[in-house]
Design a protein around this ligand. Structure first.
Ligand code: SF4
Length: 360
């Protein structure tokens, strides 16, 4: 049986480079457990090259929650899939570095990568029903993690599966361990996925839109569960989402992505109260607030670009209300690529005119 939590290792090749690969450091003390540096993912098949991830860098410390925020198709999920080794290579071409406890996974062989994925870095997906195998019981699927990685006997693996189901608060775990995925609600299936992801005590958990398919009440329960589990285990949590409310409630830091790049990073408080990039500001202005009577929403005009045809200069310029043609020696948003740079203490943004947003 193949586990949906783990992926196969991939091979890698060179891609084009730009200058926005500045690493984002973690504010927590101690060495980061996972560092992504200048990660690039291209898809090369017939037709134009798709630049899905264009030089993304971030680091996560034990116990920290970092949100990766952006619209669909901005590359946030692809970057996570590259970390997990679940992209088919080819057509994917992956370059950069993905360091787990200082060791670059992209320079390892497949077997060494497999030893890290699961015990080191694990992932849960948004659609638990399609991620789970319908012909195996949930107990078999959770237990497979122990059998595959630890050589545990079938009986012991089942006992461990029951323990994990208890831990993720699935009621009557002992009675339900032999049930199949379709016999569980959406929220309970997501708990099964979380149990599988936690089976080997990972140091980093990547949660890709873990609550998108769930209703609002169940979303809150699943996020509470993830935070409780993180508090118990001290794992780092990378939360991939387009939901600003979830980010605001659970994350310590955020990396905002647009067209395959990180365009802003900082603490939640800083980024949410004083965005340093027009795209982030647009995201903030497009969500309603509870007591905002008569509030005027200002959605971002236009649509994100195709990753096969990313605009020159600043990729956000066709949608940006602050975009400028260069004059008097100032940068031209339509041709000059803005690097991701420090714009205030602990803040980075990829905009030529961030200071005007922060101080204007
Ligand atoms: Fe807008 Fe120019 Fe800043 Fe890009 S660099 S976000 S186009 S102001």
């Amino acid at each position: 049986m193949t586990s949906p939590v783990h992926g196969s290792a991939g091979s890698h090749a060179a891609g084009t480079r730009t200058d926005d690969a500045t690493a984002t450091s973690s504010p927590r003390t101690g060495a980061p457990v996972l560092e992504v540096e200048d990660l690039r993912v291209e898809f090369r098949s017939r037709g134009p090259v798709v630049n899905a991830v264009n030089g993304v860098s971030y680091a996560i410390a034990p116990g920290e929650t970092m949100a990766i925020l952006g619209e669909s198709g901005c590359g946030k999920s692809v970057s996570a899939q590259a970390i997990m080794g679940i992209l088919d290579v080819p057509p994917a071409h992956i370059t950069g570095a993905i360091r787990f406890e200082g060791r670059d996974m992209l320079q390892m062989g497949a077997e060494d990568q497999r030893k890290i994925r699961g015990p080191g870095v694990s992932m849960i997906f948004q659609d638990a029903l399609s991620a789970l195998n319908p012909v195996y019981s949930v107990g078999d699927q959770i237990g497979e993690m122990f059998r595959a990685h630890r050589g545990t006997s079938k009986k012991e693996a089942k006992d461990r599966a029951v323990e994990l189901m208890d831990r993720v608060r699935i009621p009557a775990a002992r009675q339900r361990v032999d049930d199949y995925p379709h016999q569980f609600s959406g929220g309970m299936r997501q708990r099964v996925m979380i149990a599988m992801a936690l089976a080997l005590d990972p140091k980093v958990l990547i949660a890709d839109e873990p609550t998108t398919a769930l209703d609002v009440t169940v979303q809150a329960q699943v996020m509470d569960l993830l935070k409780d589990l993180q508090r118990d285990t001290g794992m780092g949590l990378i939360l991939i989402t387009h939901d600003l409310g979830v980010v605001n409630e659970v994350a310590d830091r955020v990396a905002v992505m647009y067209a395959g790049k990180v365009v802003e990073t900082g603490t939640i408080d800083d980024v949410f109260t004083r965005p340093a990039h027009p795209y982030t500001r647009g995201l903030m202005s497009s969500i309603p607030v509870l007591d905002g009577k008569g509030q005027r929403l200002n959605p971002i005009v236009g649509a994100p670009p195709s990753l096969a045809r990313i605009p020159p200069g600043c990729s956000f310029h066709p949608r940006c209300p602050m975009a400028r043609r260069g004059d008097g020696g100032r940068p031209d948003c339509t041709s000059d690529v803005p690097p991701l740079r420090e714009v205030a203490a602990g803040r980075r943004a990829a905009c030529h005119y961030s200071e005007e947003l922060l101080h204007g």
